[in-house]
Design a protein around this ligand. Structure first.
Ligand code: BDP
Length: 681
């Protein structure tokens, strides 16, 4: 209860007709194979059938005729002969699956590997949860992205960097957790929506965490890896670039030094002795005080390739982050605009990385703000594997106290046309590898979970975890399709509740944007913890200058003509579109331009009036979220209803604080009154 089951809440389907029709199809079950993954598949199917349909299917591997649900890899049993005869399965790859019914009442859940069968099983359960028709069903699904990864920013002491849902699921007080049951349930949730990789420790690797790749921790880490394995998930670890010095006793971590290379080789060999399917390393280097190759006058290709060579013999990957910038700048010249940094560092290295390196690029050039343009590095590089990095944990988007369904933001990112190879060069195609014919690619995202009873603190924030995973599997799904699935699976099938929760989810990102920082400026938050409004909190800090508001105007000039030149990092015609005030989209105007308060947006409003209007409107709409939720109070489990209501109450109040502080600030700066006289000064 309390949201713990998440979207795998298998409550009895209330519609008796539907339930019975399903029950008939599922009355007999044959799961072929008994590997750990197949055991997960069998267990999950039985759990779902008993919960959703109230049945315990008769299990048999050799049934004669009649209805039968069959799950497995086709060439392992004669049961699949009709399926194999019906179509070619060879294109499914390692993770693709089919769900097909036959005329004699059978339903096949099949794929070429055990993992694929597990996905077929979860796909089938989702059909039941969503009330889909099983007659003449023919589904064929293959994931668009090879890597569908989560990054956990968890520390060994049990804290979670930017975590808003309690303590770590993996670590506790300097040890690996012994609550493995919780990890099993977590792995089920992830597998159900197709996550296949997860780094379990923070990218900021501190002293103690450096030891995770040693015998001090590997025996316990391998137990987590085994649970993950049974759900088709490969475990990754974040590593400290200076490990050879910190734990290897060397006096350098220079990537071109032979002793350093030998040290990594032996460290990696040891990891694989414990975890034979270990995924690889996630690395944050030369960023925010983390060590890296710059110390030795080497570049990031040297750095990444060193680790890649150690991992390659075992099939391991290096996920190397591009979040590299000077965090102690005070921006006196254009070369230090933080927005430019990732591109400036990595573009010259395009083509220099080994095949088993993926560069992980944050969606925007800055850092997970509510609104940023898409990073020009995505689609900038053409000869390098690229992984899109998103942030599920709501660091800058309300910290899981505000409702902010992020899938609409992510959809805008993956549908952005980079123009790298002319029209249609979407980010989705850059990262899935198809645009430039890359073998590896995918998405990674910072997880939003912790040991909170409902995993994510805000119950509705579960939709972000689910949504990210579904999008990584199939970027073509719409925000609404994903939200609808999640609502049905979590709350059951109640049309009125579904309509209302969908509306709340789908509007929430725009609402959040409307009462917080306007038109792409970002960072008007309290320093350090990043929660709540702070108009100048970062404005004069050495981390960077972000909105440039003075008495005459606001915004950051990032044009080529008069600013930092950042707009020039995009392919044409995006670069020209951002360069000009007229064609720059309103919502990004202040990211690219410094304009007078009375500058007119394409919407027809002045910038200052837009600021006032949208903050008033945003706060009003935040209050409506609560009203909407209250309107379905009777239809929702009381405890869940109460959890969410409490957060929406806080959001309503906090949105007013945002509105008032922002509006007062801009009124004082500009001296221009609100046209509608809503403020009393
Ligand atoms: C920022 C976070 C910081 C992370 C950093 C990163 O504030 O906690 O360490 O990103 O991505 O958003 O490395």
């Amino acid at each position: 209860g309390g949201g713990y089951e998440g979207w795998l809440k298998y409550s009895l389907i209330e519609d008796a007709g539907m339930r019975e029709a399903y029950a008939e199809k599922c009355s007999r079950l044959a799961v072929v194979g008994d590997s750990p993954v197949m055991a997960s598949a069998r267990r999950e199917l039985k759990l779902a059938l008993s919960g959703l349909l109230g049945i315990v299917p008769e299990e048999s591997e050799l049934p004669d005729r009649g209805p039968l649900l069959v799950a497995g890899v086709p060439d392992r049993s004669q049961l699949f002969e009709p399926l194999a005869a019906a179509g070619d399965l060879s294109g499914l790859g390692e993770e693709g699956y089919v769900i097909e019914s036959s005329s004699d009442g059978r339903v096949y859940l099949a794929g070429l590997t055990d993992r694929a069968v597990l996905y077929a099983v979860f796909g089938f359960i989702r059909l039941l949860q969503n009330g889909e028709d099983l007659e003449e069903i023919r589904i064929r699904e293959t994931p668009a992205n090879g890597l569908r990864m989560l990054n956990h920013w968890d520390n060994l002491d049990g804290s979670v960097e930017r975590g808003y849902a309690g303590k770590s699921l993996f670590f506790n007080n300097g040890e690996i957790t012994d609550d493995l049951e919780r990890i099993e349930d977590y792995a089920r949730l992830l597998a159900s929506c197709g996550i296949n990789a997860a780094a379990i420790n923070n990218v900021n690797v501190h002293k103690q965490e450096t030891l995770l790749i040693t015998d001090a921790y590997l025996p316990e880490v391998s137990r987590i890896a085994a649970i993950f394995r049974s759900c088709g998930i490969r475990l990754f670890l974040s590593v400290n670039y200076a490990s050879p010095m910190e734990i290897g006793g060397l006096n350098t971590a220079d990537p071109l030094n032979a002793d350093v290379a030998a040290w990594w080789k032996s460290a990696v060999g040891n990891v694989y002795r414990h975890i034979p399917d270990f995924g690889g390393f996630l690395v944050k280097a030369d960023s925010e005080f983390r060590p890296g190759p710059f110390t030795y006058g080497r570049n990031h290709a040297d750095g990444a390739n060193l680790l890649a060579d150690a991992l390659a013999p075992f099939g391991g990957l290096v996920v190397w982050r591009c979040f590299v910038y000077n965090c102690l700048q005070d921006w006196r010249d254009r070369s230090t605009d933080r927005a430019r940094a990732a591109y400036d560092h990595f573009m010259p290295l395009d083509g220099d990385f080994r095949d088993n390196v993926l560069l992980q690029i944050k969606n925007g050039p800055m850092d997970f703000q509510v609104r940023e343009p898409v990073s020009p590095l995505l689609g900038g590089m053409k000869r390098t594997n690229q992984l899109l990095e998103l942030q599920i944990t709501q660091e800058y988007t309300g910290q899981q106290r505000h409702l902010c369904y992020l899938v609409p933001q992510w959809k805008e990112v993956i549908e952005f046309d980079t123009r790298a190879r002319g029209e249609g060069s979407l980010v989705a195609r850059v990262v899935d590898g198809s645009l430039f014919g890359r073998r590896l690619g995918g998405m990674a995202a910072v997880a939003n979970v912790g040991d909170a009873p409902n995993w994510t603190g805000h119950l509705l924030a579960q939709a972000n975890l689910y949504g990210y995973a579904r999008l990584a599997w199939n970027p073509g799904l719409s925000s609404e399709e994903i939200a609808r699935e999640w609502v049905r699976m979590t709350f059951g099938r109640d049309w009125e509740a579904e309509r209302v929760i969908l509306q709340m989810l789908l509007d929430s990102y725009n609402i959040y944007e409307a009462y917080t920082a306007p038109l792409g400026v970002g960072w008007m938050v309290n320093p350090d913890h990043h929660y709540g409004p702070n108009v100048d909190g970062y404005e004069y800090a050495k981390w960077g200058t972000y909105h440039y508001a003075d008495r005459d105007g606001i915004g950051v000039d990032r044009t080529v003509a008069t600013g930092t030149g950042f707009a020039g990092q995009y392919h044409s015609p995006n670069s020209e579109r951002y360069e000009s005030r007229e064609s720059c989209p309103d919502e990004l105007l202040l990211f690219f331009h410094h304009v007078p308060y009375k500058h007119r947006l394409n919407s027809g409003k002045t910038v200052i009036q837009h600021i006032y209007d949208s903050r008033f409107e945003g706060a009003e709409r935040a209050a409506e979220l609560l009203t909407l939720w209250e309107s379905i109070g009777e239809r929702i489990d009381e405890e869940l209803y109460g959890q969410v209501r409490q957060r929406l109450l806080h959001q309503r109040e906090h949105a007013c604080e945002w509105r008032d502080i922002l509006n007062t600030y801009f009124y004082r700066k500009s001296g221009i009154a609100d046209e509608h006289g809503r403020m009393i000064y």
